[in-house]
Every structure is written in C-alpha cells, then in structure tokens.
Design a protein around this ligand. Structure first.
Ligand code: GAL
Ligand code: ZN
Length: 654
C-alpha cells in the first residue's frame, strides 16, 4: 500500500463534517491520515483531565471507512493552561524575552514540567490506542525545533558539555577561549548563546546547536520508548523538516525513527520547484538509507516570497509521483480540509474552502487512483552511483558572523551541485560525514561531491582518501576541509583535510564582491569566490585568467591510487558547473537515467518502474529502454512513448 492522505483535524469541525470527510476520503482513495497533531487542548482540556471520546469516535469511523491512522502525540503545542501553570516551560529568546502562548511550538524542551506533561499525554494516548485497529504509525510531536536560551536550558547545556568535553581545560582548548578573554574556570560560567555585545564565539554556538539537536532527540526518544512499550508492533516516527533554520541534525536522528518521515515545501513557482522537489526527496532518501515517507507537502500552493502560488493543473500529481519515484512510501499533505480560521486559514488543502467541487479535489481523486494502481510495483530501490555530502554541523558553522563573505550559503552550495546533476538526469544520493557507517556507504558510489564541507573529522577525511585511492572520483569545492569538528582551522594551507588527496594548497582566499566575476581561461566565469591555489602534484585543468590571480590554478585534477580527485576553487554559475560535472561523471562511467531526453522531461527509475515527467507545455516523445507496460493504464509500450504536457508516464519493464 502507498500512503495517501494528510493532516486531518476533526477537532476543528462538527461531526456532520466528519461524515462527509470520511466519504470524500474514500472517494479520493485516501489510505492514511495524521490525526491529533495539534489537538492537545482538546485531549487534555485541564491538567490531568482527558477527553478521548471524540478521538475514539473518529478513530472508529476512520477504521470503518478502511482508513489507517498516523496518530500524533500533540506535544508541539502545549495548551494555555500548561503555560500559565508552568511559565518556566515557555521558551526564552537569545534576547531574554520569554515568549507566551497564542501561536504554536511554544515550549522549552529542557523544562522538566514540559517533558513530564508531554510524557503524560503520550502515555495516555499509548494506553488507549496502541492496539486500535486503525493505528498504522505513531507520529510523535511535529517538526522538532523550538529553541530556548533559559536557565533550565543553561544547566542542561552544561551537563551535555561535561559529558562531551570531560573537563574545562578540554573545553577551553576546543573553544579557543584564549581569544577575547573567554576562559571558563567554572562550569556555571557557561551560558547558552545569548545576546552579546559583538560576535559570539563560533565554537560555543556550534556546540549549542549540537546540544539542542541532542536535547530535542532525547525528548523524542522518551516518547518513542513509551509508545513502543505499549505496542511494539506499531512503528514510531516524527516528521523532519527541511527548511532554512535546521534545528536538528537529521542524519543523526534518522537511526532513531522506525521510518524517516519528511515535510517538504518547495518554494519556487517556476521549474526550480521541480528541482527542489527532487532535492528534497533525494535528501530524505539519504537520511532513510532507502524508503522514506513524505509526511507533508502543500497540495495546491507553493509559498514563494510574498505570494502563494497556486499549482498549475497536473503539478500536484507530478510533484507527488516524483516523491514516490524517489523513494517515498506515498504522498501525504498538509492538510486534508482547509480550515475556516486560525493562522493558516489560506494554506491549501485537498478539500479547499470551495469544497470538493474544485480542481484540487478532482486532481486528488485521480492521484489517489494512480497511487492505488502503482502500489503493487512501487517498492523498489532507487539506484544512484553519485552522491553529494550533506552536513548539518558545517551548515551551522557557516551561519555565523565573522566569515570571509556574507553571501556564503551552505544549502545553496549543496543545492547547486544537486541541481546540476538533476538537470543532467543523473540519479543522485546523499552521504553524511560523521554518520556511523559513512566509510562503508561511500563504497556504493563512483563519484562523491563535497560542497562546502567546512568541518570534517580526520577519520572521514581518511575515508574519502581511501575512496579515491580505491578508484573513486571525488570533487571538492571551496570551503571544504577547512576546520576540525570543533571549528578550529587546519593549519598549513587550505583545504587542510584534503590537501594531500587533492594535491593542492590554497594560500589565500579572495572572495568576490556581489555582481563581479573573475575570468577563467576556458571561457567560464568565476563568481562569488576565488583563491590563490598552488598545485602540489595535481594537474591544472583550468586557470584563473583575470585579476591578480591570472595564470594561477582554478580547477585541478589529481590522480591518486586508482582514482581521481578534483578541486574546484572558484564559484561557478549553473551552466559552467554542469559542464564540469558532466565531464567528471562521464569520466567515472556514470550515465544519466535515460540518455537523450528532451530538456523538459525528467526520468526517475525506482525498481522496475521508470517515471517520465513532462514539466513542459508541449507533448514530448521519449525513447523507451525496451518493451513494457504503461503502469498507470495497463497499455503495452514499446519503442517510444509520448508524454503529455504536464503529465507523467510510468513505464514498467518486462
Ligand atoms: C509544516 C507544519 C504544518 C503546517 C505546514 C504549513 O511545517 O508541520 O503544521 O504548518 O508547515 O506549510
Ligand atoms: Zn528553556
């Protein structure tokens, strides 16, 4: 079965609407809904007094309708009574402002009262519903991420630091507290990062980000464990969010959930929305190490800056099947029914304000049918021979002030590499330095790209060197290998950790002013970044041609053992980067999923299925790899197929 459905909030509606909901869900082929995500004040209207009658009734009704439930613990949004009784459970900002209820996600994860209240409601739900026949999945909390800088956080942070560093000398050394007289002589002197007069210590901030991720994980794990204890047969997950502020290190969390579930909201209305969808799905599959679940996306809108863009006809289907093609066990949305009020009253839904007689609901009905048809064949793996590194701590380290350029953008650098591979139709995975088993995972790939891998451990650097020596192709971009895991610079020339594998030494950074470029001798233009590179064994492939760097190496290639390591010193535009990566993948013997595709057509292979997405406005003829069947219509296919504008064809090989 593929999961199809979304966040369902019956607590916002009367029971007559529930009856219509279940009927419409059946009409659309909904197979699962997420229930109770923000229902705490409806489940526990007063401290210790529970009202489960309504949840019993809707669980039973859904079960009768054949619809499974991902039952949430509602702990992302404590009710007003909680915050009034336990003001220390409210989060405090870096400026010392204690926030109050009236929105959501207003809790301090380090406050014992919050943790106790969360455990209590989770225990009640577990005891009552663990054996309910509709229950398919526990959905703990929602998008863990709230950040707090209060005194309770301070003491939890200190305990975490004591465990990590052991003694203060080690911490002082790791944080370089000799700079600006920050040497700590008692643990109690250490605070969470709060508003400071000028730049904070980056190592302090970095450790706090790691602490916060672990602290939130501990809160998740205690709920998970009590849910598992009540019903070990039901898998437990929480929905990860991929956004601008990444609070947790998902690569570390992934092994703690039974199924990686991800919320993904592309933000571009144009073709970039499709590239973002592919990126989000590939990253999710990387975290999962295989199958994952799209827990939320918007059915009918893309939040672009300043405007909600309504999706074009067919785009809901294309986006949804793209997630499935890239490893999702289905497509779930925020949300089922568009609300009458509340902060997100204009957020799109499968059943919009207009009701089911609407384009989005009609498209959902067709999509539900398509998912039902594909379900028996959609479980195969996605096979990729190239991988890109993703590293939350490097992102965190590159978010601070005091960096060599204000426009350093970690996610943009990773996205750009992924986009280049995406445009060339090359199936792409992600790998996670620092994750257990990193070295073993590298063995699956012919090519590995490291964009802005700023922090790296000696072990991971050695694993990447072995990968090259063993015949792999490594492409290192600037701002990689610069520091150890504490953020201390590796001395002797950049990119410290990768100097030997690359056969280069960078002696000076020369970030470029916005809007300016530096010429390269192959006709490309460097943007954003340039450096003075010296070769130490590597061959120079491209040189800088302008400025004080004229004649100096810009892109180099080093043979090491059976493999090759490339260094890309300048920033490049999309087309220039794509040409370079095409050369690297071709040399490594990696072919696109389907060669010779029209540019508007995207091909994704999952197991026996080949998904062909036509994102353009005209029909496109696509040559097929062999005879097979149209998995959506059952029609026999051979030779080539015409994919309709805005449409999807799924070929299943014989
Ligand atoms: C998600 C969140 C949902 C809803 C949605 C709106 O991040 O989990 O509850 O707010 O965003 O796009
Ligand atoms: Zn707090």
């Amino acid at each position: 079965m593929l999961f199809f459905g979304g966040d369902y909030n019956p607590e916002q509606w009367s029971e007559e609407v529930w009856a219509e909901d279940v009927a419409l869900m059946r009409q659309a082929g909904v197979t699962m809904v997420s229930l109770g995500v923000f229902a705490w004040s409806h489940l526990e209207p007063e401290e210790g007094r529970f009202e489960f009658g309504w949840l019993d009734r809707i669980m039973d009704r859904l079960h009768e309708g054949g619809i499974r439930v991902a039952l949430a613990t509602p702990t992302a949004s404590p009710p007003p009574w909680f915050t009034l009784a336990h003001p220390e459970g409210l989060p405090v900002t870096a400026d010392g402002v204690r926030l109050t209820h009236g929105s959501r996600d207003t809790y301090c994860v380090s406050a014992p009262a919050y943790r106790a209240a969360a455990r209590r409601i989770a225990t009640e739900l577990a005891g009552r519903y663990a054996r309910h026949p509709a229950l398919a999945l526990w959905h703990v909390h929602n998008e863990y991420g709230t950040d707090c800088r209060c005194d309770l956080t301070a003491s939890a942070f200190r305990s975490w630091l004591q465990k990590k560093h052991g003694d203060l000398d080690t911490l002082n050394e790791s944080w370089t507290t000799a700079f600006w007289s920050q040497r700590y002589s008692e643990w109690a002197q250490i605070m969470p990062p709060r508003a400071t007069q000028y730049l904070p210590n980056p190592a302090h901030v970095l450790d706090f980000r790691r602490f916060l991720s672990d602290e939130l994980l501990a809160a998740f794990a205690e709920q998970r464990d009590l849910l598992r204890a009540a019903g070990p047969q039901v898998p437990v997950t929480t929905n990860f969010v991929q956004g601008g502020w990444v609070s947790v290190d998902h690569a570390r969390w992934a092994s703690e959930v039974d199924l990686v579930a991800v919320d993904h909201y592309p933000a571009a209305a144009d073709a970039e929305g499709e590239a973002e969808t592919a990126f989000g799905a590939d990253l999710a599959r990387g975290w999962a190490g295989g199958e994952w679940l799209l827990m939320e996306t918007a059915p009918n809108l893309i939040y672009t800056p300043g405007r909600m863009h309504a999706k074009e006809p067919g785009r809901l289907t294309r986006h949804s099947l793209n997630y499935v093609a890239r490893g999702s066990r289905g497509a779930m949305y925020f949300q089922w029914r568009q609300p009458r009020g509340g902060a997100e009253l204009f957020h799109s839904a499968l059943v919009p304000h207009a009701g089911p007689d609407s384009p989005v609901f009609r498209e959902a009905v067709g999509l539900g049918r398509a998912l039902r048809t594909l379900a028996p064949y959609a479980g195969g793996p996605v096979d990729a021979r190239v991988a890109v590194s993703w590293d939350a701590p490097s992102w965190w380290a590159l978010q601070g002030g005091g960096l060599p350029a204000a426009d350093i953008d970690y996610p943009a650098a990773v996205r750009q590499v992924h986009r280049a591979l995406y445009r060339s139709g090359v199936a792409t995975d992600f790998v996670f330095p620092g994750q257990e088993g990193f070295e073993a995972r590298l063995a699956a790939y012919r090519v590995v790209f490291l964009p802005h891998l700023f922090l790296v451990s000696d072990e991971d650097a050695a694993a990447l060197r072995d990968f090259v020596a063993g015949g792999g192709h490594l492409v290192v971009g600037h701002l990689s290998g610069i520091a150890d895991l504490a953020g201390r610079i590796r001395l002797g020339g950049y990119p410290g950790a990768f100097r030997d594998v690359l056969g280069v030494r960078v002696v000076e950074w020369r970030p470029l002013a916005p809007g300016t470029t530096i010429a390269l001798d192959n006709g490309d233009q460097g943007i954003r970044w340039s450096e003075r590179v010296e070769t130490a064994g590597a061959e120079t492939v491209v040189r800088y041609a302008g400025d004080v760097l004229a004649g100096a190496p810009a892109i180099t290639r080093n043979r090491l053992g059976d493999g090759v390591a490339w260094y890309v010193s300048p920033g490049l535009g999309d087309d220039d980067l794509r040409r370079l990566l095409d050369r690297v993948t071709a040399e490594a013997g990696v072919a696109p999923v389907l060669p010779g595709l029209p540019p508007e057509v995207e091909a994704v292979r999952r197991g026996d299925l080949l998904f062909l997405f036509n994102h353009g406005a005209t029909p496109e003829i696509v040559p097929l790899p062999g005879p097979g069947t149209d998995a959506l219509t059952g029609r026999a296919l051979s030779g080539a197929v015409t994919v309709q504008p805005g449409g999807v064809t799924v070929w299943r090989g014989e």
